[in-house]
Design a protein around this ligand. Structure first.
Ligand code: HEM
Length: 200
């Protein structure tokens, strides 16, 4: 809210700039948590060119394929803890909630890891954040009552029946009135403090 103040038009007239998108740490945490539980690429295969031995001792002969489940890796209790199935964006934030903390790429494998890690990772975050912020600033989305939300496993993870939502215009006036009130409160507090300090 600090970047454009409490003037509602200033928020909706112009798209967010790079620095503003950069500051959306909770949104980035929520998107990462979504990708942990619902990775766009749910499994990944590699073709074995030469005989090799994996770190756990498994022999993999040339010509075979190795597939690992990105979907399962995001839901392992041994990796993510007892609350592994809970949607909790806070696991991506510093304790005071102000900074985004990226988990190790070999732990959070939605973008693969190592030399073949997704080259578009940063661009993907920029796109996801920009679009989510642009839509959610202006609209409220509500899943159509009775719509069956079901995932479908394939090369990419998608929704079996699509996602039907009703789109409502978002009324931001209440939010901006609160910000304005908070600001007035802050100024009043500061003035009365200054008066006390001056002995008036
Ligand atoms: C949420 C969005 C995205 C996810 C979850 C994702 C995930 C992945 C994954 C799992 C791989 C590894 C595939 C493999 O091992 O064969 C990959 C590779 C790759 N991704 Fe993405 N990706 C995303 C968006 C993007 C975007 C926006 C771009 C380009 C602008 C991109 C470009 C690439 C490229 C070039 C590779 C191949 C890297 C290589 O093999 O060296 N990705 N991505």
């Amino acid at each position: 809210m600090e970047t454009r103040g409490a003037d509602m038009e200033k928020w909706t007239d112009e798209p967010l700039g790079f620095e503003e998108v950069d500051r959306l740490v909770y949104l980035k945490a929520a998107l990462s948590e979504t990708l942990r539980l619902y990775p766009s690429v749910p499994e990944d295969s590699k073709h074995v060119v030469n005989d090799d031995v994996l770190p756990d001792g498994t022999f993999v002969p040339a010509g075979s394929s190795v597939t690992y489940s990105i979907y399962s890796a995001g839901r392992l209790k041994s990796t993510w803890g007892e609350d592994c199935l809970e949607f909790r964006p806070e696991r991506w934030l510093s304790l005071d909630g102000t900074k985004f903390i990226m988990h190790d790429s070999f732990k959070f494998v939605a973008f693969n890891a190592g030399p073949r890690i997704c080259l578009g990772k940063d661009l993907a975050y920029l796109q996801m954040k920009s679009i989510a912020a642009a839509v959610l600033l202006r609209h409220r989305l509500a899943v159509v009552p009775g719509h069956q939300v079901e995932q479908k496993m394939s090369l990419t993870l998608f929704m079996k029946n699509g996602l039907k939502v009703n789109v409502y215009n978002r009324d931001l006036r209440g939010i901006f009135a609160n910000i304005e009130n908070e600001k007035v409160g802050e100024i009043q507090g500061k003035v009365s403090n200054d008066l006390k300090c001056n002995g008036s």
